[in-house]
Ligand binder design. Structure first.
Ligand code: FMN
Ligand code: SF4
Ligand code: SF4
Length: 357
């Protein structure tokens, strides 16, 4: 990628508060939001009035020791803090987790879906470079016990400037298998320092192969994710490496390749007469793989099986051969609401004996 083409630079408005130790003394630093700036006021001095620090919002105190903080004699620091939480998400789980993580880290959230789609629509101009002073964080689903190929490709085709550290947080239905090794390999290729991969259990979304949980069960899983994300944010703030609780054995390379060859296709998608022509499926597809023709979706052959289209359709008009027939479509909106949250349990194939993942 040429320098001239490197495009997007991101900045953030952070809102964290730190406690730092110097000379065995605890100093409370209140972080205050300014435009792209963190202003720290030292509690020993008289500067701890947030109003003395420009236009700003005052935030709460957290007992965290941060290595981002360098204490100066004046007791006041203004630190440029630019960092990015990237997310890729088919049905909303990873977006939801990334949003919460970014809130905790006070970092900017960037949708890989949007950038990937842009690149698909305009491969010649949509090239990306990102600058961050502190680690990059990648949030995405687990696909076949790996980091999704589409995310791998996005990362390898982008430039990362500034910080050399990268974290991965994967959402999964049951386990991440060898995603850790995969993420480490991606970091190696990017010449980034791998800060670890961790994961959070979220509702299964892979309904063209398995099944999604009922609405109530999904609510419980989603609720349980929040404290886990907060814990992970603390680890990232202090730049600890993270570990994964749901990792598993390595998968033979051949099986992984077969998975993509056999299962990652859009050949079986079809639309029912109940389609109302709303284009929600086409607008959502991160691969720009759906064209509307005569107000009906037509799949174009470059699907990554994210499940977005089949899940988001407001009238459940999309089927995948017979594999998704009668199954509950799971989709989580950005505000944490599920599509059809009051849906009654369906007599889906899970109850008729289809194996859980
Ligand atoms: C193609 C595909 C492959 C998947 N493979 C796995 C897997 O290997 N392990 C797992 O626990 N979950 C797997 N899942 C489930 C998703 O990782 C999980 O539901 C995730 O939270 C979905 O995130 P999203 O809503 O952000 O797309 C898979 C889902 C899809 C669509
Ligand atoms: S066609 Fe559907 S499943 Fe395939 S990438 Fe697009 S939204 Fe995802
Ligand atoms: S989201 Fe559903 S109703 Fe809307 S165009 Fe796609 S298939 Fe038709």
């Amino acid at each position: 990628m040429g320098d001239a083409a490197a495009a997007s630079q991101y900045s953030v408005v952070p809102t964290i508060t730190q406690v730092s130790e110097q000379n065995n003394e605890k100093i409370h630093f209140h972080s205050i939001v300014g435009r792209n700036k963190l202003c720290y006021t030292d509690s020993r001095l008289k500067y701890n009035n947030p109003a003395s620090c420009r236009d700003i919002t005052y935030k709460h105190t957290k007992e965290t020791v941060s290595r981002y903080l360098t204490v100066s004699r004046t007791g006041i620091q203004e630190i440029e803090r630019k960092t990015i939480v990237f997310y890729f998400s088919g049905t909303g789980n990873s977006r939801y987790i990334a949003q919460h993580l970014a809130e905790q880290l006070s970092d900017e959230l960037v949708s890989m879906n949007r950038l990937i789609r842009q690149r698909k629509l305009d491969p010649y101009t949509a090239q990306y470079a990102f600058t961050s002073e502190v680690p990059f964080v990648i949030v995405c689903p687990t696909y076949c016990w790996h980091v999704p190929k589409v995310v791998e490709e996005f990362l390898l085709d982008s430039r990362f400037l500034g910080s050399r550290e990268m974290y991965f947080l994967l959402t999964c239905g049951s386990g991440t298998g060898q995603a850790r090794a995969h993420a480490e390999e991606i970091c190696k290729q990017l010449s980034m320092e791998f800060m670890g991969l961790t994961s959070v259990l979220m509702p299964e979304n892979y309904i063209t192969l398995f099944h999604a949980p009922e609405a109530d069960e999904a609510v419980g899983i989603i609720r349980a994710s929040k404290p886990q994300v907060e814990n992970i944010a603390q680890q990232i703030l202090i730049r600890h490496t993270v570990k994964d609780s749901y990792s598993g054995p390595a998968m033979p390379e051949l099986l992984y390749r077969l998975f993509y060859k056999i299962f990652v296709t859009d050949k079986k998608f079809r639309v029912k007469d109940s389609c109302i022509g709303c284009s929600a499926c086409a607008k959502l597809c991160p691969m720009a793989n759906i064209r509307m023709n005569d107000r009906k979706p037509v799949w174009q052959g470059s699907c990554t099986q994210c499940q977005g289209c089949i899940a988001v359709c407001p009238v459940d008009a999309i089927e995948y051969g017979r594999r998704a027939k009668g199954k509950r479509r799971y989709y989580l909106f950005a505000d944490g609401r599920q599509k059809f949250p009051n849906e009654k349990p369906r007599a889906n194939s899970a109850q008729s004996g289809e194996p859980k993942r």
